[in-house]
Every structure is written in structure tokens, then in C-alpha cells.
Design a protein around this ligand. Structure first.
Ligand code: FAD
Length: 441
């Protein structure tokens, strides 16, 4: 790690001023994406919220978001996106040894490796601790066999956050371990894309047949993977929830598989990460929708106005909740138990409401969706705006926030049981050996 990155947060200089000076000296659009991310990450600017020993600068979330904005305003390519930076890096920074941080976090912040999350299985989604993929010790290695599903970005990942059962003779939460798992294993790691109703294939089934992972890639304690997994899920919830503070996503894809590392960094600047410009994949903001309602001559529609205002209020409440959570993180006093779960629930409700409003603005043409570049061109020409396909894209994605990162029902269970103290669902999971629990075939 550079001298600069390890001292930055101690200098007392506003990090935004510091990153601006650094950008003036370092950003060059003619660098390759790989070389630029190497500079950005090794200077601690890719994820400055990470601690200094984990290639960050130990900034607060608020300052980290300000730094991201400064990078975007400078016209430089933002930090690599993806699950590596969002989930694996903070988890390994928390539970990994320094050797593991150097081995795994560095290639994440410099965009050299892409990660996926190998948690869910066909019989273990909400009941994640019921996972059946097993890892058996073989000298200095573990042999892994099982099936994962819904693995977002698995087809372009170099590494995976793998949960596997390492002891079936203890209750299910106590026999799980967490590994940094190498995805490039010919024949024994079989990645099969799953086509979604959007027409894309973002996630995959991953079949593991006696695949291998070294013992020194075990993150946290042996059989202590449940705590590590919960850290990852916590980072997921706080990144995904309403008011979570969106990172400026890079349009370039990290990792060795996709091929963007060798391309010119400047070519990705100003290109949005998703197919949508005005909308995020989980919908448009109330401000954009009110503008569109006016453009479509619907600014005085009383029901639309009410719903747009409702969306605005939810967005603002989410933003205040996020600011409160940030303040709590600084003072170490969380006065809103369950705030991450509430933010996640709110975000999925906002995705649905944004979908309803935007489809109502479109009217009948909202039934047309483009599944290919040619269809997109034809649709844009027919409707005179790219907004149509942006809306239908977001509408088709809109059910997913209420599922990924823990379903709405599961968030409500957590709030009910852990925050409100309501009785837990009756089961013997905590005392019965995993081996003796009833399982799906
Ligand atoms: C877009 C997307 C991306 C994803 N990416 C990844 C990824 O990269 N890696 C990964 O590991 N997983 C990923 N997932 C999987 C996701 O985490 C699971 O889909 C989710 O945890 C739900 O699990 P399940 O699909 O098995 O549904 P199930 O757990 O079978 O649930 C089915 C229904 O039953 C309800 N239910 C289940 N248990 C309870 C209960 N105790 N009380 C009340 N209701 C209950 C659920 O709320 C749901 O409505 C992704 C999912 C989506 C949609």
C-alpha cells in the first residue's frame, strides 16, 4: 500500500480536497482501465470507507460518498463496482487476517478481480443456514461439492464468497465455514446462466463437483462462517436499502473475465453503468417522474401527483434514516434498532411504487419491451424517447429488491423477533444436529 493511503485520514485535510489534488496528478483518460484502477485502489480511493490496513482511508460513509462524487465531478472513471467492493472487501477487512487482506482485498480495490456471492442454494435461500454444499478437509485443502443458485455475476467472477458446511454433526448455524473460493476451476466449477424475464442472464446456477479451496482461504474461524456471512449480509442490506447512498457505478467491469481491464479508461467516462440513463434499475426518483409526468401532459393528474409525492416522502424518510444511521455509526450508539431492515423494506416498496407511477405515465406503450439492441432502436424510434424501454426494464426488475439480500417477509420476521421481541417461530434448529434435520430432497 502506498505511503499516501496509510496517512491520509490522519492529516486533518478534508478528504475531498485531498482527492481532488490527487486526481489532478493521477487521472489520465489514456490509461487502461486496469492501470487506472491500480492507481486509484492502491492510493486508498476506491473504497475509502475501508480501514487503512485494508487499502482504504477509514473515512465515514458520508465522506466516502463525497469522495465518490468528487471523482465523478473530475470526469475520472469511478471505482470498480460489483460484489467484491460492496461485500467481500468489507467482510474480509473485518474477519480476515492481514495476509488475507493483502491477498484478496487489494485485487478487489484495484479492480483486478471480480467476485460473486456463493450463498443461496435451491433449498437454502431464506433459510440460508440450511445450506447443504459441503466442504471436506483434505490436507491443506478443502474439497467442495454442492449446488449454488442465483449467483449474480458468477459468469464473470474470479473469486466467490463461498458458504459451505464443514460439520453436519452440530446445529446448522454452528457447522458453516466461509471461504474465498477460486472460480476458475475447469470441469469442477460449472457455471450455467439463468435467463430472466428482462431478457438478460445476470445470475447463474453454479455446480461444484469436488472443487478445491486452500485452507488459508478460510475467512474467520472454522465453523464460524455464520457470523462472517451475517457481516456480508449486513453490508448488503446497508448498501441496498433506501437512502443507502448510491456509489457512482463504473461502466467498466472489474476482473479478468470480462475484458475491460485492457481498454482505455477515458472511453468509459460519462457512460452509465446500466441500460438506463434517467432511472436506476430499481426505478426513477420522484423528481424525474414529476418532470416526466409534466412532459407527458399528466402534471395535473390528481392520483399521479399523490403517488409521486408519496414516493418523494419515502425517499426523504429513507435519506434521513440513512443520515441517522451514519451518525449512529460515528457515535457507536444505534438508537433505531432494525434500521437496516427498515431501509431494505422501504427500498423494495419504492421500487414497486416507482414502477406503478412510471407505467401509468407511459400508458399503453408500457406493454412494449426491447429484448435486443435492434428492438431497442426500433422502440426508441417508434416512441420518440429512450424512456419507454428504461421504464419497462426497471418494471421487469422491480420485483427483485423484495427478494435479494433477504426477502421482505424475512426482514419483517427479523424486526418482529429481534426488535419488537415477538415470539420466534417454533423450531428445533438451534439444538438439533444439522444431519438430523428434515430436508428437501
Ligand atoms: C436479483 C437477485 C439476485 C440475487 N443474487 C444472489 C447472489 O448473488 N448470491 C446469492 O447467494 N443469492 C442471490 N440471490 C438469492 C436471494 O438471496 C434469495 O432468492 C433469497 O434469499 C430468497 O430465497 P429463495 O429464493 O430460496 O426463496 P425462499 O426462501 O424459498 O422463499 C420463498 C417465499 O417464502 C417466504 N418465506 C420463506 N421463509 C419464510 C419465513 N420464515 N417466514 C415468512 N416467509 C418466509 C419468502 O419470503 C418468499 O416469499 C439473488 C436473488 C435475486 C432476486
Amino acid at each position: 500500500m502506498s505511503e499516501q493511503s496509510s496517512t491520509a485520514s490522519r492529516t486533518g485535510v478534508d478528504p475531498v480536497d485531498e482527492v481532488r489534488t490527487w486526481l489532478a496528478d493521477n487521472w489520465n483518460p489514456d490509461l487502461t482501465v486496469g492501470d487506472w484502477w491500480e492507481r486509484l485502489g492502491s492510493a486508498g480511493w476506491s473504497s475509502p470507507i475501508l480501514p487503512a490496513n485494508a487499502y482504504g482511508r477509514g473515512l465515514t460513509r458520508n465522506d466516502a460518498v463525497r469522495v465518490e462524487q468528487a471523482i465523478a465531478e473530475h470526469g475520472a472513471l469511478p471505482a470498480p463496482g460489483g460484489l467484491g467492493l460492496m461485500l467481500a472487501a468489507p467482510t474480509i477487512a473485518t474477519y480476515g487476517t492481514q495476509a488475507q487482506i493483502d491477498r484478496f482485498v487489494r485485487p478487489i480495490v484495484t479492480g483486478q478481480q471480480a467476485w460473486c456471492q456463493l450463498f443461496s442454494e435451491p433449498g437454502a435461500g431464506s433459510d440460508l443456514a440450511g445450506l447443504q454444499t459441503k466442504a471436506e478437509r483434505d490436507g491443506e485443502e478443502w474439497i467442495v461439492t454442492g449446488q449454488k443458485v442465483w449467483t449474480s455475476g458468477g459468469q464473470v467472477a474470479d473469486m466467490g464468497m463461498l458458504l459451505a458446511r464443514t460439520d453436519a454433526d452440530v446445529p446448522k448455524h454452528q457447522g458453516i465455514s466461509y471461504f474465498a473460493f477460486p472460480m476458475h476451476q475447469r470441469d469442477v466449477v460449472d457455471i450455467r446462466p439463468l435467463r430472466e424475464m428482462t431478457g438478460h442472464a445476470v445470475f447463474n446456477e453454479v455446480f461444484l463437483t469436488e472443487a478445491r479451496v486452500n485452507h488459508d482461504s478460510l475467512i474467520g474461524e472454522l465453523n464460524g462462517g455464520w457470523a462472517v456471512a451475517n457481516a456480508t449480509l449486513g453490508f448488503e442490506r446497508s448498501s441496498l436499502g433506501a437512502g443507502g447512498g448510491h456509489s457512482a457505478l463504473s461502466a467498466a467491469v472489474p476482473g479478468t473475465v470480462f475484458g475491460d481491464l485492457a481498454r482505455r479508461a477515458g472511453d468509459f467516462v460519462g457512460v452509465t453503468a446500466s441500460a438506463t440513463n434517467a432511472m436506476s434499475l430499481t426505478g426513477a426518483s420522484a423528481t424525474i417522474l414529476s418532470r416526466l409526468a409534466r412532459e407527458y401532459g399528466l402534471g395535473d393528474d390528481p392520483i399521479l401527483r399523490q403517488d409521486i409525492t408519496r414516493l418523494y416522502s419515502m425517499d426523504e424518510i429513507g435519506r434521513y434514516g440513512s443520515l441517522r444511521a451514519k451518525a449512529a455509526a460515528v457515535t457507536g450508539r444505534n438508537d433505531v434498532p432494525g434500521i437496516g431492515n427498515i431501509a431494505k423494506l422501504s427500498m423494495s416498496a419504492m421500487a414497486r411504487l416507482s414502477r406503478e407511477i412510471s407505467l401509468r405515465i407511459l400508458g399503453a406503450t408500457g406493454m412494449l419491451h426491447a429484448y435486443s439492441a435492434e428492438q431497442a432502436e426500433a422502440l426508441d424510434a417508434a416512441t420518440g424517447t429512450p424512456f419507454n424501454r428504461q421504464v419497462t426494464e426497471a418494471a421487469l426488475v422491480s420485483p427483485s429488491p423484495s427478494i435479494y439480500g433477504g426477502t421482505d417477509q424475512v426482514q419483517r420476521n427479523i424486526i418482529g423477533e429481534r426488535v419488537l421481541g415477538l415470539p420466534k417461530e417454533p423450531n428445533s434448529d438451534k439444538v438439533t444436529a444439522f444431519r438430523d434435520l428434515p430436508k428437501n430432497a
